[in-house]
Design a protein around this ligand. Structure first.
Ligand code: BG6
Length: 511
């Protein structure tokens, strides 16, 4: 039936061929950290299992702790099994691609050893290309980059063999900077050593299938583009809700807060995909130029009336899924007087022709009733309602397009229809596309798999360019200052609720 429908509807199943990586030495700084164990190693293993990671790849983990070979192999095996069963031959082959270099990457004198290790690995396996992956605390980024330069590792010349056309690339994790000044300083440092096309700044949301689908959805389905503007759209909401609290990341999160953690990067990146103009092509710079223009067109935060566009909250004790969870200030390693925000809602405008006057609401929060990331585009109601006399039509007769980023990935369009029966009753119904049912339960690739493969293949489309990062921090920093100066109160909300009582806040019911 599917084939027949496809023929009738003229559907096309097309896919750009996926390119496997070439042989490369991937040096992971901070190999025993949470991110490497939970995301990077499982992603590399799955790329290997699916044939997309070149079997001649060498993965060199760099970390301070001493490990015997047996311990390290066991570490790699258990990390790999986070994503897929790691008991078979492919797990053994993957483990054999890994080596451990024990060194404190913050100490200059350790770099002679690191250099030696990388050189021996490259020469032994006849590899000239290097990818340095900084999966360390962000405070270490600048120093590591400097030490990479000082030890000669930033150019493949350190191999002392002819390596024409070889690359050295660097992947830098988030958070990239802490505010506009630190982001600029990090950019200056990194760009003084590497050129922009060698730098891959990660925002893993850009690697999510559903976030990439925003571009496909907008720029292939010609029916949406004509209504994708201020004439037809009333408002746009972007929500990133998590039921989790801060886990074991108290030190990081308490200094960061949800605005730095989620809104500055994930929300603003999704916003730029929703609001950008069609790029001239899908190459990295065309796409990033258009995203940049959106970020640069955001109206600066009005610090004179902060409460009209910013709300902040912090979770108190509550219940999620039948389990009692503690207040933020009772989490281990959090100071009782902490005012760090775990909920934020921001209203902003994009001052350009397409979006003039359309409010965008960005909301991110921890300890919500459930995990949910979605974009809700609310359209303006029909200009004149002829059904008022029949069926109590309220002013909220607006179509909504909901792009569900996670979980239950998909897109739905809410429309109104006549209720069956003799009365002229109205009901909202949904036209749904759901990844899992449309693609026979297909498992979506993990964001990190896509991004690591792209970095290995030199495709920076889904990575943030230096100017995008600075534009995002440029908008966010005054908001952070306003919170720091306590110009907006951080209100308590019960864990498991939908945040502080904001019904009607910003002129929109976001409850
Ligand atoms: C990270 C944040 O960038 O994204 C975390 O630091 C957050 O606090 C995580 O939990 C959410 O990612 P995902 O892919 O689970 O939505």
């Amino acid at each position: 039936m599917k084939n027949l429908n496809d023929k009738i509807n003229g559907c096309a199943d097309t896919a750009k061929g996926v390119k496997a990586s070439g042989p490369c030495v991937i040096a992971i700084f901070g190999i025993t950290g949470d991110l490497a164990r939970k995301k990077i190693l499982p992603a590399l293993y799955n790329l290997f299992k699916t044939g997309l990671l070149n079997p001649r790849t060498r993965i060199v983990g760099i970390g301070r702790r001493k490990h015997s070979n047996i311990e390290y192999n066991e570490y790699i095996r258990s990390a790999a099994s986070e994503r897929a069963g790691a008991e078979d031959q492919s797990a053994a082959d993957f483990i054999a691609m890994n080596d451990y270099c024990c060194a404190d990457f913050n100490l200059p004198y350790e770099y002679a050893g690191i250099r030696d290790f990388l050189k021996k690995t490259a020469v032994k396996y006849k590899i000239c290309d290097f990818l340095y992956y900084l999966s360390t605390p962000p405070a270490d980024f600048e120093r590591i980059i400097e030490l990479i330069r000082d030890s000669g590792l930033s150019k493949p010349d350190f191999l002392d063999v002819s390596c024409a056309g070889a690359f050295v690339r660097v992947v830098i994790e988030k958070p990239y900077g802490y505010d506009i000044d630190s982001a600029r300083s990090l950019n200056r440092k990194v760009l003084s050593i590497f050129s922009e096309d060698q730098i891959y700044r990660i925002d893993h949301y850009l690697g999510k299938e559903t976030v990439q689908n925003i571009m496909i959805f907008r720029f292939i389905n010609g029916i949406f583009e004509p209504v994708w503007n201020q004439k037809y759209i009333d408002n746009v909401q972007i929500r990133v809700f998590e039921s989790e609290g801060i886990g074991g990341r108290a030190n990081y999160f308490d200094r960061s807060g949800i605005i730095r953690d989620i809104i500055q990067n994930h929300c603003l990146q999704m916003l730029s995909m929703i609001a950008m103009e069609p790029p001239a092509s899908m190459d990295a710079d065309s796409v990033r130029n258009e995203k940049l223009k959106v970020l640069q067109s955001i109206r600066p935060f009005d610090a004179s009336t902060p409460a009209s566009s910013l709300a902040a909250g912090q979770y108190a004790a509550g219940e999620i899924g039948g389990t009692t969870v503690p207040a933020y200030i009772d989490e281990s390693n959090i100071d009782k007087s902490s005012e760090t925000e775990t909920f934020a809602a921001i209203k902003l405008f994009i001052d350009n022709w397409r979006w003039a006057g359309v409010p965008f609401y960005l909301t991110a929060a921890k300890r919500m009733p459930e995990r949910l990331t979605e974009v809700i585009v609310t359209f303006k109601p029909a200009p004149h309602l002829i059904f008022n006399n029949f069926c109590h039509v309220s002013e909220q007769v607006s179509n909504k397009l909901v792009i569900r980023v996670q979980p239950d990935e998909g897109i739905s369009l809410k429309i109104f229809c006549k209720k069956p029966g003799f009365e002229m009753g109205l009901q909202t119904v949904s036209m749904n596309f759901n990844y899992s049912s449309s693609f026979d339960g297909a498992v979506l690739p993990e964001a990190y798999e896509r991004l690591i493969l792209d970095a290995l293949n030199g495709d920076a489309t889904l990575f943030m360019r230096s100017d995008e990062i600075e534009a995002a921090w440029g908008y966010i920093t005054p908001i952070l200052n306003c919170l720091k100066n306590r110009e907006v109160k951080v209100k308590k909300y019960a864990a498991g609720s939908l945040g502080p009582d904001l019904c009607g806040f910003f002129g929109l019911n976001i409850c």
